[in-house]
Design a protein around this ligand. Structure first.
Ligand code: UDP
Length: 255
């Protein structure tokens, strides 16, 4: 496998986005219908990220942990594990995923750094905004673990938060369906997919795109969100290149 360049790559003039936050759910690392981590799925995602990186775009991946554990599973007073504790467990789950993704990305030829919102000095760097910025500008894929490091939110909020901090042009939210639908398309085959939406519509229609905090943050700062299907080969590259794919949320893209 050829070693990846450490000096960053030239920016093609037709590239729409200079820097993106790619939000991958934990389940993107599992085989369909399964939990945990599948080596084949991780390799497949890593190959797509490598192709996207080769377009010259800077990529920070916010990785979820739902394939292992979500804190909300422990809500309610009757649980022996407190919900706050469970959210920290969820953040550790994202770190497990981040380490798997890091190895797969490096095997695919990317330079990477894992940066965590919680200190885990022996396995990854602590998230420091200016260091993350530097890694990205050198063409490294930065895998962001442990969300924002605080309980009771999800990695969707982390994706929005890091997009603002790192001046990303867009949040690319990778899902198992083609975009945002009027209803759950896995339950209702007649559900309609939206081509574009504004933030207010997402909130008013209570569309399950990202959690409400994430939408509110993006809305307040005008950060666009693109919801698209990562399972379709080539879609991550298309999303990064600004090609028409999925559902666009936010200001209408320039034609
Ligand atoms: N989590 C948290 N704070 C954060 C990010 C994540 O408490 O800043 C916890 C939360 O319990 C969440 C879990 O980690 O449910 C796993 O993340 P998420 O549910 O976003 O994973 P995904 O659904 O994207 O796989």
């Amino acid at each position: 496998m050829p070693a990846a360049s450490d000096s960053g790559s030239a920016q093609p003039s037709n590239l729409r986005y200079k820097r993106v936050i790619l939000k991958l759910s934990g389940e993107s690392l599992s085989a369909a219908g399964d939990r945990g981590i599948s080596g084949a799925e991780v390799a497949q995602i890593a190959a797509q990220v490598k192709s996207a990186l080769d377009t010259g775009c800077e990529i920070a991946v916010v990785i979820g942990g739902g394939n292992i554990l979500r804190g909300a599973q422990f809500s309610g007073r009757t649980n022996s594990v407190q919900e706050a504790t469970a959210h920290y467990m969820g953040m550790l789950a994202t770190t497990i995923n981040a380490l798997a993704l890091q190895d797969a990305l490096e095997a695919a030829g990317c330079q990477t750094r894992v940066m965590s919102a919680l200190s885990m000095d022996t396995i990854c760097e602590r998230f420091i905004r200016r260091r993350a910025d530097r890694h990205l500008s050198k063409g490294r894929v930065v895998v962001l673990a442990a969300g924002i490091g605080s309980p009771f939110v999800t990695t969707d909020t982390a994706a929005a938060q890091r997009a603002l901090e790192l001046n990303a042009d867009v949040v690319l939210k990778a899902t198992r369906v083609d975009g945002v639908y009027s209803e759950d398309p896995e339950k209702n085959p007649h559900a309609v997919m939206y081509e574009s939406l504004d933030y207010a519509e997402v909130m008013e229609k209570n569309l399950r795109v990202m959690d409400a905090t994430a939408i509110a943050l993006c809305r307040e700062h005008g950060t666009p969100i693109l919801v698209f299907n990562f399972n379709k080969e080539g879609n991550i590259v298309k999303a990064v290149a600004g090609e028409s794919v999925g559902t666009w949320i936010g200001p209408k893209p320039a034609q």
